[in-house]
Design a protein. Structure first.
Length: 264
């Protein structure tokens, strides 16, 4: 059973975000980065599937600049077998389609039975790359799973995903692409032996030329989406507690809604 996990390195959720002077991106000069939390669930589930089957290989793959090496190494330390870093200046500023296309060109060259992704990246909350990747690979796709069972004999997976009121149970032929929700598992911490072993595991860097990509289809040139403006949301104003007799409270509430909130 060959499992591929697609991950993204995102700004630490504890980092204070500011906007770059261009107004089109965040200021990345003093930011710390982590593996996208949803992608950690995907890595953990890949490890659990391999442990349950007692065989298989897991490859983690990510696109981005040199700093992405750290994210890939952390996955190797968790127990992943191999890492692939898609690294090229022409990849920068790719939108979700461009990213999916780059991943597709890399993944189609290696064996796989299951592709796992996080449900979405915490930085852009887009949630589109996995779906587009599945379409490019002509594979079935199930999103937001919180349970997966593999029937290796019949080459299929049974997955659960929670809806607003129910749990859907879906049977899916393999190979397939799945996106993982928080509730799927609790990601493990890397052990010291795991960290030491990670240094010796296969780590491959792949550039645009190796993939045979048309540079007009990736990066800013190939993006079908364009950021017009990026800004920090307005600070939330402190709430007010109104006390007193009901009729007085109603009068004051009406005044506040009219004069301060401007909604009536």
């Amino acid at each position: 059973m060959n499992i591929i996990v697609c991950i993204k390195q995102v700004p630490d959720t504890e980092t204070k975000i500011t906007i770059a002077q261009s107004g089109l991106d965040i200021d990345r000069s003093n930011i710390s980065y982590i593996v996208n939390p949803y992608d950690e669930n995907a890595v953990e589930e890949a490890l659990r599937i391999k442990e349950r089957l007692d065989k298989g290989a897991i490859t983690v793959i990510s696109m981005g600049p040199a700093r992405v090496t750290e994210a890939l190494r952390s996955c190797l330390a968790m127990g992943v077998d191999k890492a692939i870093h898609l690294k090229d200046e022409s990849f920068e500023e790719s939108d979700s389609y461009g990213t999916a296309l780059i991943l597709y060109e890399a993944i189609k060259k290696i064996p796989y039975d299951i592709i796992l992704c996080g449900r979405q990246a915490m930085d852009d909350d887009n949630g589109a790359v996995a779906i587009q990747l599945a379409e490019l690979l002509n594979l079935p796709h199930v999103s937001l799973i919180n349970k997966i069972e593999i029937d290796e004999t019949n080459c299929k997976a049974t997955v659960h995903r929670k809806t607003e009121d129910n749990i859907e149970i879906i049977e899916c032929k393999l190979p397939a692409v799945f996106t993982c929700h928080y509730g799927l598992n609790q990601p493990r911490y890397a052990s010291l032996p795991g960290i030491m072993k990670a240094r010796q595991k296969p780590f491959q860097e792949i550039d645009s030329d190796s993939l045979g990509l048309n540079k007009k289809e990736i990066g800013k040139a190939g993006s079908k989406l364009q950021v017009i403006k990026m800004e920090i949301p307005s600070a939330r104003r402190a709430g007010k507690i109104l006390e007193g007799e009901p009729q007085d409270v109603v009068k004051e509430l009406t005044r506040l809604l009219r004069e301060e909130a401007g909604v009536i």
